[in-house]
Design a binder for this molecule. Structure first.
Ligand code: DON
Length: 304
């Protein structure tokens, strides 16, 4: 075994020995089917090497880890000024499902909580089918392979997503949602239900680490300027109301999802993906955060 894989195996083993705190998400009923013991980590270097350990073949839904990548696609399609008319870029310090309207503008302040992400998704051009396909193809380009929809999770989220629909209607009433609320939410539910592995998350993060060029396919998915903005919002907003503490303690731009995944980036060097379903009260994977915190402190990864 090569030394990088060996060190990934070792960090997983150390954390697997600690009983997982946290609870698997069940507000989207289908997510409750996840195995709480699944645990995996992957690293993708900007030069195209990918290292994996643990249950790395397990697929799970991307959920909110999709948000900075779709934000990047919106920036690529529309530019920052137009996107910023609809959604801000402030770390609102609010929970992921907060009712978020910036005083004065009516925009959701934070692009990585649900309200801001639904507005961002609504901006991706085309009719509903074209818009979802642009998102699916765009996230696939970040991952370097074709990502597919998990129909069961999509149906489960669509059946229970009334709070997100409320956020959709609220932002529509403020004039910042770019398409009908039900349609925007349906595209967003599909986006969240795309299936990934930890290696996919690592390669997606590695693409941002390499300034928007996928390290495996060498395709320029977004411009370096767009990758820089996506990393900036991950650094300030990626972990919801733990974003400040995360930046202090771990110091890597990152994004979590209620499926149990976290993607993290060391700019210019590599992307990391970690997967473990039990979540803390903020909706962030407890073990994935612990693994990233340990790697950051042992390897000196803090960007500052
Ligand atoms: O909209 C939702 O509630 C989910 N599809 C995604 C939320 C999420 O992943 C929050 N993350 N930690």
């Amino acid at each position: 075994m090569d030394p990088v894989t060996a060190s990934l195996e070792a960090v997983l083993q150390r954390h697997a020995a600690v009983p997982p705190r946290g609870v698997v998400a069940d507000y989207i009923p289908e997510l409750a089917c996840a195995d709480p013991d699944d645990f995996a980590v992957a690293m993708a270097s900007v030069h195209g090497s990918v290292y994996r350990a643990g249950d790395h073949e397990r697929e799970f839904t991307i959920q909110s880890v999709s948000k900075p990548f779709v934000y990047a696609l919106a920036l690529a399609d529309l530019g920052l000024d137009e996107v910023a008319e609809h959604v801000g870029f402030e770390p609102s310090g609010e929970p992921f499902n907060a009712i978020s309207l910036e005083p004065g503008t009516g925009r959701p302040a934070n692009p990585l909580i649900n309200a801001g992400a639904i507005v961002t998704t609504s901006l991706i051009p085309g009719d509903a089918a074209q818009s979802f396909e642009r998102i699916r193809a765009g996230l696939s380009a970040f991952a370097g392979r074709e990502l597919e929809l998990n129909e069961a999770v999509y149906r489960s989220e669509a059946a229970t997503g009334d709070r997100n629909r409320a956020l959709g209607f609220l932002t529509l009433s403020q004039g910042v949602l770019a398409r009908p609320a039900e349609e925007a939410c349906d595209i967003y539910f599909r986006q969240c239900s795309l299936m990934v592995t930890v290696a996919d998350l690592a390669v997606m993060a590695g693409t941002l680490a390499r300034g928007g060029v996928n390290p495996l396919t060498r395709t320029a998915v977004v411009d370096p300027e767009v990758a820089k903005i996506a990393l900036s919002v991950m650094a300030t907003c990626g972990m919801y109301d733990r974003s400040g503490e995360w930046m202090v303690r771990v110091g890597l731009p990152a994004k979590s999802g209620v499926g149990g995944g976290i993607a993290a980036v060391l700019p210019g060097e590599f992307g990391l993906g970690v997967y473990s379903p039990p979540l803390d009260a903020q909706g962030n994977s407890v073990r994935a955060m612990a693994v990233l915190q340990e790697m950051s402190s042992r390897l000196g990864l803090h960007v500052f």
